[in-house]
Design a protein around this ligand. Structure first.
Ligand code: PMV
Length: 347
């Protein structure tokens, strides 16, 4: 059967509370389980135009934000190679990918998570037509996304998603992410305001970052800590316990950066204003008692999480800050990818 079509998805980024940092031997196997909140606003928009035809040489052309992107093409070829066991039709597929993000590059928002999950969703939709199925398998979507970028495994669904095998969640796996469903209503509508402290793109790739955990003197301690934090976090999410959520969130963010600081080469991704902001936010929390917790990804920018009822107070705190910044990006809890187009014809 020959097939031709066009499929588009938008897929969100996510923010990890318990962080994935470091791998085990194998293909993208995490050193510890991680848990994130799927975002709603910060998204990649990806379209694949495709032709599947017996005898066709496989090819892929990638356009990123309106320009041909050979670097992404190379990465994509490697990824397609990894996942062709799941989608054998890739061996005779011509793909043209067009992708863009609705958030700035430099925002310190995981664009690999949104980008790779959007691609995984598009390929899953094509596979449905090949196999004449109604819907795709979320575990396969997550697994293929993971093989492109670990954190992307958690962006194929929402709002709370765990990746990595742990006795704490039945069905959890190193190969795909699993939704956490036992969540108190308190945590179903959080805000995430991203404080842009630094506009420059981060100076290290996450691949290089993860490799710093190989032979890291704190590796075993980190695995233990992440598992303990996961236990606390799952219980806090279930019970609606903000105080514990806040403690785990900030401990994970600071530990991630402490691991970087203590690794070979002493990697430091904070800027002076990252530290200034953290002091300011903690001071304000002490003073007002407002419920807010900060976290950081592998970059200098701050994600500030808070429940909707704290919005007004947090807004005042942000507006009155003496610490400079390059703007705020406002996001909230989201539920995952959305299909935009899916048309095809057999010939
Ligand atoms: O998925 P990667 O390889 O880009 O790694 C993501 C690492 C962190 O963003 C720092 C943490 C996480 O779990 O998302």
């Amino acid at each position: 059967m020959n097939l031709k079509g066009k499929v588009s998805y938008s897929s969100p980024s996510n923010i990890a509370i318990v962080k994935y940092w470091g791998k085990e031997p194998g293909d993208q196997i995490p050193m510890n389980p991680s848990l994130s909140m799927t975002l709603n606003q910060c998204r990649s928009f990806t379209t694949i135009e495709y032709e599947l035809k017996e005898g066709l040489q496989p090819s892929v052309e990638v356009w990123f934000e309106g320009a041909r992107a050979p670097e992404i093409e190379t990465k994509m070829e490697i990824w397609l190679e990894k996942i062709n066991a799941f989608y054998p039709w890739l061996a005779h597929a011509a793909l043209r990918v067009d992708t863009r993000n609705n958030f700035p590059h430099s925002a310190g928002i995981a664009s690999s998570a949104s980008g790779m999950s959007a691609l995984a969703m598009c390929l899953s939709a094509i596979d449905n037509h090949v196999r004449q199925k109604e819907s795709g398998d979320v575990f396969l979507q997550s697994n293929t996304a993971r093989l492109g970028s670990g954190s992307a495994s958690r962006s194929v669904t929402g709002p709370w998603v765990l990746w990595g095998e742990t006795p704490l969640l039945r069905g959890s796996s190193h190969e795909y992410a699993e939704k956490v469903t036992d969540v108190h209503p308190y945590f179903t509508q959080l805000h995430d305001t991203i404080i842009i402290v630094d506009k420059e793109p981060k100076s290290i790739s996450s691949r290089a970052g993860h490799s710093l955990m190989d032979g890291h003197p704190w590796r075993e301690g980190r695995i233990h800590q992440a598992n303990e934090n996961m236990t606390l976090l799952l219980k806090a999410l279930k019970d609606g316990d903000w105080k514990t959520f806040e403690k785990v969130t900030e401990n994970e963010a600071l530990s991630l950066h402490a691991l970087m600081l203590a690794s070979r080469g002493g990697m430091m991704l904070w800027k002076g204003n990252t530290v200034e902001w953290i002091h300011y936010l903690r001071q304000q929390r002490e003073k007002t008692g407002v419920e807010m917790a900060f976290t950081l990804d592998a970059g200098a920018n701050i994600h500030l999480l808070y429940p909707p009822q704290a919005s007004e107070q947090v807004e005042t705190i942000l507006q009155q800050s003496p610490v400079s910044h390059h703007g705020f990006i406002r996001d909230v809890t989201g539920t995952g990818p959305e299909k935009i187009t899916d048309t095809y014809e057999q010939y």
